[in-house]
Design a protein around this ligand. Structure first.
Ligand code: BJW
Length: 254
């Protein structure tokens, strides 16, 4: 169902008075920072590979050199990008929500840390991060924010391989993060989903959980998704243009 009034104004009015807002973001939020979305065509060296096939434990087992090189290149690319107005608007909404004593939870499927770099707090990283790598021998994790690894696959001090600390297809999400995300979907009165194709589970299951518990649901996406017909307000726009308008209206209400 879509509102016949300006959907941005309607969304802002709902967000500005909610007692618990939960936001779920996907790759579309970072697109305007110059980061290709997960399902964008790969370019250059990677154009002959399907990201859905590289993001699997099987791909890593079959070709750890290729997979770690791909992730390290993405890590360096993301580090060179900056948060965009969509990330900044979510910080504004978080701050004005908290300032009036309401609850704000940001769940992201993104592995780029741009929400945190913009200033969002308590971000639930459902699919991990490009900056945390894990030793395949010990399970120990380490942060890598510097230059490229000097070899692929990179070897850990314990003699295992470093693998990116992201969640691949067929892998379980971190229990505590998945539980916190589910709770935030279950307990919110507004659920806002931005820039995700809404096809990857369990993330895509959060909006139905929120809806089933009575939350108002809002989607911002450049295109239609499987969620578009199910939300109360569907805003077909770029995140970097819609979110700042919502943030501005929410701040003006405060
Ligand atoms: C803009 C814009 C702009 C562009 N403004 N908008 C239930 C049913 C069916 C299958 C399953 C199920 N439960 C589990 C599964 C299996 C699987 C799954 O979901 N498969 C589906 C594809 C069918 N899920 C899993 O395996 C998960 N594990 C799990 O459930 O464990 C238990 C289990 C295991 C095995 C069997 C059953 C249960 C793990 C999922 C991990 C996903 N990992 C990835 C890779 C992370 C590392 C990396 O980045 O390489 O996460 S996959 C990839 O998709 C990445 C993303 O976070 C995720 C979502 O993508 P996202 O963010 O939506 O991006 P895009 O590119 O798809 O879309 C961008 C959107 O933005 C588009 O809509 C554009 O229109 C829009 N856009 N520019 C606004 N400027």
């Amino acid at each position: 169902m879509s509102s016949s009034a300006d959907p941005i104004a309607t969304a802002a009015a709902i967000i500005g008075t909610a007692s618990h807002i939960t936001v779920l973001t996907g790759a579309g939020v970072s697109a305007e920072s110059g980061i290709p979305t997960f399902r964008d065509a790969l370019t250059g060296l990677w154009e002959n590979y399907n990201p859905e096939q590289l993001a699997t434990p099987q791909a890593f087992a079959d070709n750890p050199e290729l997979v770690t090189r791909w992730y390290d290149e993405r890590r360096l690319n993301v580090a060179a990008c900056k948060p965009n107005p969509a990330h900044q608007a979510l910080v504004t909404i978080e701050q004005s929500t908290r300032a009036r004593g309401a609850t704000f939870t940001l769940i992201t499927q993104n592995v780029d840390r741009l929400h945190q770099r913009a200033g969002s707090t308590g971000v639930l990283e459902l699919h991990g991060s490009l900056f945390t790598w894990r030793c395949t021998r010990t399970g120990n994790e380490s942060e890598f924010t510097g230059p490229a690894f000097d070899r692929y696959p990179p070897v850990s001090p314990a003699g295992g391989l470093w693998r990116p600390g992201v969640v691949w297809f067929g892998e379980m999400l971190d229990d505590a993060i998945a539980a916190a995300a589910h709770k935030a979907a279950e307990s919110c009165d507004v659920f806002l989903t931005v820039g995700t194709s809404a096809i990857v589970y369990p993330a895509a299951g959060l909006l139905p959980v929120a809806h089933a518990n009575g939350a108002a649901t809002i989607e911002i996406n450049r295109d239609s998704t499987p969620a578009s017909d199910r939300v109360d307000i569907a805003i077909h726009a770029l995140a970097g243009s819609a979110l700042p308008r919502i943030a501005e209206a929410v701040s003006a209400q405060a």
